[in-house]
Design a protein. Structure first.
Length: 314
């Protein structure tokens, strides 16, 4: 049960993020969030559906985009669903197990996504810089292996994080000043000495973020120089358009991540932390279908045909 004494073991946490908001504002915020969440899920699900059924989208690029869409649905769901419950009903408690699970899935899916973005940037590098060798390099088997590696790494991150959290002990304080079980508030609440764990964790997160960022940026730097050498202006424009949209998502993903986890000591104000986390968990998955797919002629064509087919059936 709930105790405030020193020896009591905590069975649940209270998520107090956005509790300062007036009730009507919370409901308004809840409606906006619900709309964004449903759009994210439907947009990403539509992409997965199209990639599965449309023959023109059976290419490595769309295979990766489909996997990214799948990742996005789970990544946003692991935080948004609880936040919607909090804002609509005011039920702010979460069990310790639920909290650890949420934290681990958030961390693992986020990490897997960074790895997938590296794979996607490599795919674009081969397509733009080695167009004649593209089919020979990006064989179906390699694509499956790359995606399998992404999911294996995600599962590894998940296990690592659960083991790490199981080493924390909590006694007395159980108020998490955030809308989901993020690392920072969990470590701050723990009454065991977390200095070493916190350092290990920060180094690990920084390593994943920075190594994937370096690999992704090296791909895009090479792409940039390949584009500059293209003779046709129209080809240059087309390649630039693709890359600029990808770089926008990368800026949001890495920017928010570095803003959240670089100050490892946890001296970031929790309001700032919550707003940046919203960018990360709600806005980024929401924008992704638009950035990667809905600006894409092939996807739009497939979507139009699927819609036409559906209306013909009715």
């Amino acid at each position: 049960g709930m105790g405030v004494g020193n020896g009591t073991v905590i069975s649940e946490f209270i998520l107090s993020g956005f509790s300062g908001l007036d009730q009507r504002l919370q409901l308004f915020f809840c409606m906006v969030l619900l709309l964004m969440y449903l759009t994210t899920v439907m947009g990403n699900a539509a992409i997965i559906f199209l990639v599965c059924v449309d023959n023109r989208l059976q290419t490595p690029m769309y295979y990766f985009i489909g996997n990214l869409a799948f990742l996005e649905i789970w990544f946003t769901s692991c935080t948004s669903t609880k936040l919607l419950v909090i804002l609509s009903s005011g039920r702010r408690t979460i069990s310790v197990g639920g909290c650890f699970a949420q934290s681990s899935f958030y961390f693992a899916l986020g990490g897997a996504e960074f790895v997938l973005l590296v794979v996607m940037s490599f795919d674009r590098y081969v397509a733009i810089c080695q167009p004649l060798r593209y089919a020979a390099i990006m064989k179906h088997r390699l694509c499956i292996q790359l995606v399998a590696a992404v999911w294996v790494m995600g599962f590894t991150f998940l296990s690592y994080h659960l083991v790490l959290l199981s080493k924390l002990t909590f006694c007395g304080l159980n108020n998490i000043q955030h809308f989901f079980c993020d690392n920072t508030p969990l470590f701050q609440l723990s009454c065991s000495d977390v200095t070493l764990l916190w350092k290990t964790e920060s180094v690990f997160i920084l390593f994943i973020v920075l190594s994937s960022l370096c690999l992704t940026l090296s791909s895009y730097t090479s792409i940039f120089f390949c584009i500059l050498q293209m003779p046709a202006a129209s080809a240059r424009r087309k390649a630039f358009a693709t890359c600029s949209s990808h770089l926008t998502t990368l800026a949001i993903a890495y920017g928010s991540c570095i803003a959240l986890y670089a100050p490892a000591s946890g001296h970031v104000s929790l309001e700032t932390n919550s707003i940046v986390a919203l960018l990360n968990t709600v806005l980024y998955p929401f924008l992704n279908p638009f950035i990667y797919s809905l600006r894409n002629k092939a996807v739009m064509l497939a979507l139009k045909e699927a819609m036409a087919h559906a209306t013909a059936q009715l």
